[in-house]
Design a protein around this ligand. Structure first.
Ligand code: GAR
Length: 226
């Protein structure tokens, strides 16, 4: 049986879409049991509906504490039968209530080369800092924000004329490649965590892919179809 995931979102859900697309293409071996947004009316929910996926809105504002909110998340996620939790632009700090309920099975995407620029608006922070290389990271979630063991990262050039938007859209194209890949490895049980180091069993070697006319370095490399 395919590995079952709940995908948590707060907004556009373009990363959710990338995961849906790879599943529908038969490349990513997983099944989405639930999409949860902490905000009503976001585009990601429309995407879930369009693809006939179960979805729910759980508004963090309705809960007195982060732990109470996470307990509500755990309830619906467990009810859906999910094995793992994918934070796809979910803009909330999660607590041990969620982390311990799905220990070792929670992934997050962050739009920077970690450990740089944790928190919100990483693309804006990078553009304002005027870095010359930026990118994105997929990592296991631990108790610190944007911190857990890194599974895969991708790097793109940042240009002198870049702003948050232009740099962010270059990074986003890579996000859509590496996130479904990392979810696939999780689903296949190919990720082994040794301290901070994640070993991907039979990982492809680091590779250069092209985003528009830009070279991007991806490590580990991507498998066929990702
Ligand atoms: C993505 O860029 C993701 O990396 C970022 O939010 C965006 C969500 O876009 N996540 C974070 O900043 C987490 N700290 P999406 O809703 O279109 O997938």
């Amino acid at each position: 049986m395919a590995y079952r995931i709940a995908v948590l979102i707060s907004g556009s859900g373009s990363n959710l879409q990338a995961i849906i697309d790879r599943i529908e293409q038969g490349v990513l071996d997983a099944r989405i049991t639930l999409v949860v947004s902490n905000k009503p009316g976001v585009k990601g929910l429309e995407r879930a509906e369009k693809h006939s996926l179960p979805f729910a809105v759980i508004e963090h504002k309705q809960y007195p504490s982060r732990e109470d909110f996470d307990a509500a998340l755990v309830r619906v996620i467990k009810e859906s039968g999910a094995d793992g939790v994918i934070l796809a632009g979910f803009m909330r700090i999660v607590t041990p209530v969620l982390i311990n309920a799905f220990s070792g099975n929670i992934l997050n995407i962050h739009p920077s080369i970690q450990p740089s620029f944790p928190g919100v608006n990483a693309q804006k922070q990078a553009a304002e800092y005027a870095v010359r290389i930026s990118g994105c990271s997929i990592h296991f979630v631990d108790e610190k924000m944007d911190h857990g063991p890194i599974i895969i990262q991708a790097a793109v050039p940042a240009l002198a004329e870049d702003d948050e938007k232009s740099l962010g859209s270059r990074i986003l194209i890579l996000e859509h490649r590496i996130f479904p890949q990392a979810v696939h490895w999780l689903a296949q049980g190919r990720l082994e965590v040794r301290g901070r180091t994640v070993v991907v069993r039979d990982a492809p070697p680091p590779a250069v892919v092209h985003i528009d006319s830009f070279p991007a370095l991806v490590s580990p490399g991507l498998e066929q179809g990702f």
